[in-house]
Design a protein around this ligand. Structure first.
Ligand SMILES: [Zn+2]
Length: 249
């Protein structure tokens, strides 16, 4: 979507121009966009109706200027880009309490609703923080902070490491106008940030053999991500009500 809109956006680190992006689709007659309505006191911040033409995207009128605005709009653009040509699974409206893997703490995706929202969230992350310019920004930010550019951040348990690492994350989040939490999630997701603060979690599923050598290493997180990508194409939606990206992650 970004490349089609303006290829240069993928060359340098800069905030994604969501307003220009949405205007482009509105001008093309593909989207009706509205942020004049109060969507109520609940956790509904926006929605996208992908089964009408033009597709309707609404964002709560109180959201503009808050940290939740750009993740919410990027999420709805994700529904527009990914789900407007797909069928509705019968269980889309089935919502249940989130379940988590006992070992990894990762969310377990089961219903179509969870898969569809996961897809939109992933799309939003990539739209707001594209991989290539983010790596350029990481190199520049670490050079500014440490005097030497690094293509990877390591978050260790000691206080100086914590301070330095979050200092870089703060610089990068400010440059992209996103929250530090979202920046940290994205860097971790891309493998650009290694969190070593609780190594015991990473090794909890290792069974130690003779002389303390691990004889079985659990690779659930990696396999889970791959199978998630494969299954993601099989799901679709009609209308998407959701919490903000930061809450959903
Ligand atoms: Zn959604």
């Amino acid at each position: 979507m970004l490349y089609a809109h303006r290829p240069g956006l993928l060359r340098y680190p800069r905030p994604t121009p969501l307003d220009a992006l949405i205007k482009c689709h509105v001008d093309a007659g593909q989207v009706v966009y509205d942020e004049s309505m109060d969507l109520g006191p609940g956790d509904l911040r926006g929605y996208c109706d992908v089964y009408v033409r033009p597709v309707v995207i609404r964002i709560d009128c109180n959201l503009r200027g808050t940290p939740d605005f750009s993740p919410t709009l990027a999420h709805e653009l994700g529904h527009f880009a990914l789900h407007r040509e797909t069928d509705i699974p019968n269980d889309y409206t089935q919502v249940r309490e989130p379940r988590r893997d006992l070992v990894t703490g990762h969310k377990i995706l089961g219903t179509s609703h969870e898969w569809v929202e996961w897809q939109a969230n992933r799309f939003a992350q990539a739209l707001l923080l594209p991989r290539k310019p983010l790596k350029v920004m990481l190199m520049a930010s670490t050079e500014m902070a440490f005097g030497v550019g690094q293509d990877n951040l390591h978050l260790n348990p000691d206080a100086p490491s914590h301070r330095e690492c979050f200092g870089v994350i703060r610089i990068m989040a400010g440059r992209y106008a996103v929250t530090e939490q979202l920046m940290r999630y994205r860097l971790q997701d891309l493998g650009l940030l290694q969190d070593h603060r609780d190594e015991s979690k990473a090794h909890v599923s290792q069974i130690l053999g003779p002389r303390g050598r691990p004889i079985l290493t659990c690779s659930v997180p990696r396999r889970q991500r791959k199978s998630t990508r494969r299954r993601a194409t099989a799901h679709s939606t009609r209308r998407h009500r959701h919490k903000s990206l930061a809450q959903a992650l």
